[in-house]
Design a protein around this ligand. Structure first.
Ligand code: SF4
Length: 401
């Protein structure tokens, strides 16, 4: 399994190449440097990404001479696991070590006909959205390709191990969908994110369809265009506001790329996207962005003449955290808001939250990582707030329409 932690540090000190950092074309080039034919790269890639192999000796159809070469120059190193919790509803959350005191979260959400993995692309985040606990933690660093794809690698084979499913293409695939919605703004870590996406889509790696891989952005307009050119996958946009004044306060990036520009970029993206709609995520904040008027403004925004954006809305009940000073809209308000959008013919869902008991609900995890004692502090604080505001403070209550 993962060559993480101490071994990984030793490997890095010895200038070994982490093969998880390489996309298919780069692996072909790497094999070329070793004097090997391109088909060797495909074999190697299948061993790594389809069989979860981290030991070159296990790669029995590679010539012994190649295995020996690889053993002295390369390694396969995913981030090592700090903690691994499974919720009563089956949601499984890993906290993985990305070095220098940083850790990120990876969450698996099983559903009837699919298994979705939510992965992180940065340690912390510089965008600093007001309702997001990751943003409050600040930005630490960009993840490398191996740390991004390594989350999928680790999760797929950990899940198989737990269920007794054999590795390799014959074993039932556990992860059918990937969403880049964990820590970080993926488009601000563009190259490693795109390289990881290419591996997710490659038939000799995970072979996921573009429609089953979703990148979520807070709206980095030029990079949305670049993604359309380099690796168009399904796109979700963290919208959270119906006008610029409101969005400037909630998603500071809006000051740089205001709504008109963002909507135009979404429209352009759809010409290349594997799906014919954009998903807009909208965090429901009591008294801030949840009025009937806000809903009507949203309809006007996505329907304005000349820049109509075919879309779906995903309303997200806010996960309160003490420092935010924000509250979650109540269920009746969320439903009423959804109804206005649906009456206008816009497909609208309300996110069912998962994994509350393991703190894996969206935006819950930041701050947990750098110093584990902060978890205790947060829990203590949360207990205080629950005493003050009722036992549901900080918990998500499932809402259905
Ligand atoms: S919502 Fe996304 S972009 Fe905004 S601070 Fe959180 S992780 Fe960053």
């Amino acid at each position: 399994m993962a060559a993480g932690g101490k071994y990984q540090r030793i490997a890095m000190m010895n200038n070994l190449t982490n093969l998880l950092d390489l996309d298919p074309a780069q692996l072909v080039a790497y094999c070329g440097e070793l004097g090997e034919k391109p088909f060797r790269a495909k074999q190697l890639q299948r061993w790594i990404h389809q069989f979860g192999a981290a030991d070159f000796n296990a790669m029995t159809d590679l010539a012994k001479s190649l295995r020996d070469k690889l053993a002295t120059r390369a390694y396969i190193g995913a981030p090592s696991i700090i903690s691994d919790h499974t919720s009563a509803d089956g949601t499984r959350k890993w906290l993985v070590d990305v070095g220098q005191g940083n850790a990120v979260e990876t969450v698996f959400i099983p559903e009837e006909n699919r298994g979705t993995l939510c992965i992180s692309t940065q340690a912390g985040c510089a965008v600093n959205c007001r309702f997001c606990s990751t943003g409050k933690q600040g930005f630490s660093r960009n993840l490398a390709v191996g740390e991004i794809i390594g989350q999928l690698w680790m999760a797929e084979f950990e899940l198989r191990k737990t269920k007794g499913v054999e590795p390799g293409p014959k074993g039932e695939r556990q992860i059918t969908n990937v969403v880049m919605m964990g820590m970080g703004e993926p488009l601000l870590n563009f190259e490693p994110t795109v390289t990881a996406l290419k591996l997710m889509l490659d038939d000799n790696a995970y072979g996921l369809s573009r429609r089953r891989v979703t990148l979520s952005t807070s709206g980095v307009v030029p990079m949305i265009d670049k993604l359309a050119q380099e690796c168009p996958v399904a796109l979700a946009v963290s919208l959270h506001a119906s006008n610029d004044a409101l969005r400037d306060g909630l998603v500071p990036l809006n000051k740089k790329y205001p709504l008109a520009e963002l909507m135009a970029a979404c429209k352009r993206y759809l010409e290349f996207a594997p799906r014919d709609f954009i998903t807009f995520e909208y965090c429901m904040l009591d008294g801030v962005n949840d009025s009937d008027e806000n809903a009507r403004e949203l309809i006007a925004l996505v329907r304005s003449k000349g820049r109509e954006v075919p879309c779906k809305f995903n309303l997200i009940p806010f996960n309160p955290f003490p420092e935010s000073g924000l509250r979650r809209s109540d269920n009746a308000r969320i439903k009423a808001f959804a109804q206005i959008l649906m009456d206008a013919g816009i497909v609208t869902t309300i996110r069912k939250t998962r994994g509350d008991d393991i703190d894996a609900a969206c935006g819950q995890l930041a701050g947990e990582v750098q110093d584990r004692t902060r978890v205790q502090e947060r829990m203590k604080k949360m207990a205080e707030y629950q005493k003050k505001f009722g036992k549901n403070f900080g918990r998500i209550v499932e809402v259905s329409t």
